[in-house]
Ligand binder design. Structure first.
Ligand SMILES: *Cc1c(COP(=O)(O)O)cnc(C)c1O
Length: 412
């Protein structure tokens, strides 16, 4: 896709962009930095352009857009039997998670939360707010929750009704083993809900391959839209059973579902421009080749970026087998001249916004692989990282011994 012929402004700006000449995508049109962050992320010009017109939320044209959005998202899980439905929900991703948890888990249910980072912790915190009984398997900063542990926990407590898993735990970038978790859950007759926020659209979640009751994601992750709503893909039987359960009027998933099916409308003001942008993002997703192609591009982004960073001496927190194609955590270099804030500013002046780390044990930072960018951009990221180190007087990205010792735990 080459859009610049019809877009003089964008063309003018991309002329200024030196680092991105071999990229197959347009550079950010206003010369803003690439967002190497897991959403909001760098979006296509045509996605932003789709927001230039206003839509009446009640109007038939907009209702058709909502219907198209729901259909398209459902097609990504290949629900050929028609057992699932898609319910979009206003707000950021956490609003959609809260809507899913508060609606699909009965008031007398009990949840097993699989936590290995900030988003697992947030799920537990949400359940505390909702007053839903729960237990947590807390694996710390990044160790993956394994199927056998889930099996043991469920065997030990027959009152657990639901398990909540985080697909890609964005705080470390680990791709959690949801397939083996699902097997353990359903072998024991329990139900699985998945926070696939940062993975959906780039990692396959077809219902024939992995069993779950619902997954949740949002507009500004791997579909590459702009922020403003999330969506829940859920089994219709679970949605039907959710009537009257929600603690919240605005986050009531059953009410949103029933109203949308009846009227074609959102219950309260929808983020109209975000939805228009999202439809364009979905069109680009399909044009690229759907989930498989999107995942393959992100994996190439990751591989090019990780190997380049390793050449500079940097080391990843995770072994290759656990690295998601979404975001990668690197240990901060041991060199005394390295300071993350300065590194961040230097990277930004070179056109890249990176992300601080979230590990509690050792210093780290993260670089995202998702958004409207390809391996040519990732090579420019590595070059910028090398130049930034040189400007700080840091001769290698090699981490301290303590970081390597921490990582050894994952292999053990
Ligand atoms: C982004 C994200 C969320 C939602 O975060 P918001 O800031 O509310 O959009 C939830 N879970 C995971 C795993 C995420 O990556």
């Amino acid at each position: 896709m080459h859009l610049s012929a019809s877009m003089p402004l964008q063309e003018a700006y991309s002329m200024q962009s030196l680092q991105n000449e071999s990229s197959s995508f347009e550079a950010p049109a206003l010369g803003e930095p690439y967002l190497l962050t897991p959403g909001p992320l760098t979006t296509a010009y045509s996605v932003k352009q789709a927001m230039l017109r206003d839509w009446g939320s009640w109007d038939g044209d907009f209702r058709a857009m909502t219907a198209q959005l729901r259909r398209h998202l459902l097609s990504l899980i290949a629900d050929t039997k028609g057992e699932f439905d898609c319910v979009p929900m206003q707000g950021s991703g956490s609003f959609a998670v809260e809507s899913m948890l508060g609606s699909l888990i009965p008031k007398d249910g009990k949840v097993l939360v699989l936590a290995n980072g900030a988003y697992g912790q947030r799920t537990a915190q949400t359940l505390r707010y909702l007053g839903r009984d729960h237990v947590v398997i807390d694996k710390g900063d990044y160790m993956p929750p394994r199927g056998v542990e889930v099996a043991a926990a469920l065997d030990a407590d027959p009152t657990i009704t639901h398990v909540v898993a985080i697909h890609c735990e964005t705080s470390s970038g680990i791709l959690n083993p949801v397939a083996e978790i699902s097997e353990a859950v359903y072998a024991r007759g329990r139900k699985l809900l998945i926070d696939s926020m940062s993975a959906f659209g780039a990692v396959p979640m077809e219902v024939a391959d992995i069993r779950y009751e619902a997954l949740v994601s949002s507009a500004n992750k791997c579909i590459e839209g702009v922020p403003g709503f999330g969506f829940i893909l859920a089994r219709k039987s679970e949605l039907a059973a959710a009537e009257g359960r929600s603690h919240s009027l605005s986050l009531d998933l059953h009410a949103q579902w029933a109203h949308m099916n009846k009227t074609g409308q959102w219950r309260f003001t929808p983020p109209t421009h975000t939805i228009a942008a999202f439809l364009e993002a979905l069109r680009l997703h399909e044009l690229e080749g759907g989930v498989a192609a999107r995942g393959a591009r992100y994996a190439r982004n990751r591989d090019v970026m990780v190997s380049g960073m390793r050449n500079l001496g940097f080391e990843t927190l995770l072994k290759d087998g656990w690295l998601s194609p979404i975001i990668v955590t690197f240990f901060s270099p041991a060199h005394p001249n390295f300071a993350f804030d300065q590194f961040y500013d230097l990277m930004k002046t070179k056109g890249f916004i990176i992300y601080p780390g979230k590990l509690t044990v050792v210093d780290s930072f993260r670089i995202g692989c998702i958004g409207r960018m390809d391996e040519a951009v990732m090579r420019a990221v590595v070059q910028a990282a090398g130049e930034s180190l040189a400007e700080m007087g840091v001769d290698s990205g090699a981490p301290p011994e303590a970081a390597i010792a921490e990582r050894a735990k994952l292999a053990a």
